[in-house]
Design a protein around this ligand. Sequence first.
Ligand SMILES: N[C@@H](CCC(=O)N[C@@H](CS)C(=O)NCC(=O)O)C(=O)O
Length: 228
Amino acid sequence: MTDMPYTLVSFDICPFVQKARILFDLKGLTYQTEYIDLANKPDWYLDRVPTGKVPALLHGDDVIFESNVILEYVDETTPGALLPQNAIERARERAWMVFVDDLIMAQYRTLSAQTWQDMERNLETLWRGFERLEPEIGMRRDGMLLLECAAAPLFSRIDATPLLKERFAERFGEASRIGGWAKRILSSPSVVRSLPDAFADRLASFFGKTAAGLFADAEQISEGRSAA
Ligand SMILES: N[C@@H](CCC(=O)N[C@@H](CS)C(=O)NCC(=O)O)C(=O)O
């Protein structure tokens, strides 16, 4: 089963795709990437993937969709399981992965906010989510497990967005659990390799036109603040 080639259907800056890229790298698995245009999805994709979203994993005749399901499938069918053996620990890991998905969506709304107020509201949702995560992080062992793969896209985007980076450092110093966790995740070579070239520029050009000053220079940011 595992000797069949994998194809990951992708969009270059999709956070959900990034999770799968990290896991493939952690496990030393090779795979092909097929990019599709999300604004004009090919018929073959819409026929095979009911949600029409990326990522999807093509493996032999099978199509696996939903990033968390892809992570579990790859983890289960390849050596070196990352998901815990114990049922309750496995359930906790899965539950927090779903929780983190909601934070990815809050971050997307932050980056695509049309107004400063909207940006602030969604950023607060993201920060509160991190605060809820803190006790769980305190109980985790070191290393990259599936929750770290799932959360990494949040920290990659904070790190690549000057305003979010500054705000994150103000709210969660490196001495905090979340700050330390972020640092550990961002320093994983698999996370570094999961990003497309010129990621920060790519992100800025994708969101730049709509983000409420997030990618603008300092002067525009302070104008945004006073207008809020
Ligand atoms: N719950 C899905 C979310 C995937 C998702 O929202 N992907 C976005 C790109 S980052 C997408 O395909 N958007 C296009 C669309 O919704 O039609 C997962 O975890 O795989």
